[in-house]
Write a protein that binds this ligand. Structure first.
Ligand SMILES: [Cu+2]
Length: 179
């Protein structure tokens, strides 16, 4: 996590202390966010506060996702995910990946960028009850709707919506954060 503090010109004494304090608060907020979502390296490409943002694929910072079964990678484009603001992120699933039934507190818009994912609705992952979604496909899941995903090949999806975001597994035993 890179935290660059730029000290403004002619800023000294109490002002400097206040400035550093504010920078620290911001840093602490980032850490809190990282702990909540179990992400330990905050990407530096976040778009915040309505700034015009242009991100190329090579700008993305891929990190592990402790809230998902191991093997998936996440890259945040816009956030933070735990606030009531628009968010955009990408998830990359390896081949033969299984994401057990789960739900989200906000609408989930999924756009398949590459590969094919297989998605279904229900309380339990059933590979025969899914629809293949190849690159270019879109899925829109309503809040608290149980759904599941599996892959045969590596696939990347982009997820966007309005936070706060989260994931709850139908069967708590499936939650890797509790293992
Ligand atoms: Cu989901």
């Amino acid at each position: 996590m890179l935290n660059v503090i730029v000290v403004p010109y002619a800023c000294r004494g109490a002002e400097l202390a206040k400035f550093i304090n504010e920078a620290n608060m911001k840093f602490l907020k980032q850490i809190t966010w990282a702990v909540i979502f179990g992400i330990f390296a905050a990407p530096s490409v976040w778009a915040q506060g309505g700034a015009h943002t242009m991100v190329t694929a090579s700008d993305l910072k891929w990190v592990d996702v402790p809230s998902l079964p191991s093997g998936a990678k996440l890259a945040i484009i816009e956030g933070p995910l735990n606030e009531a603001v628009p968010f955009t992120f990408r998830l990359r699933f390896p081949a033969d990946y299984k994401m057990p039934a789960h739900w989200h507190p906000a609408i989930e818009h999924v756009t398949v960028i590459s590969g094919t994912i297989n998605m279904g609705v229900g309380d339990k992952l059933e590979p025969t009850k899914t629809k293949p979604l190849p690159a270019g496909s879109v899925a829109i899941m309503q809040p608290k709707t149980n759904h599941f995903v599996w892959t045969k090949e590596e696939a990347t999806v982009q997820v966007h919506g309005v936070g706060p975001w989260g994931i709850t597994y139908v069967n708590p035993a499936d939650d890797p954060r509790k293992k």
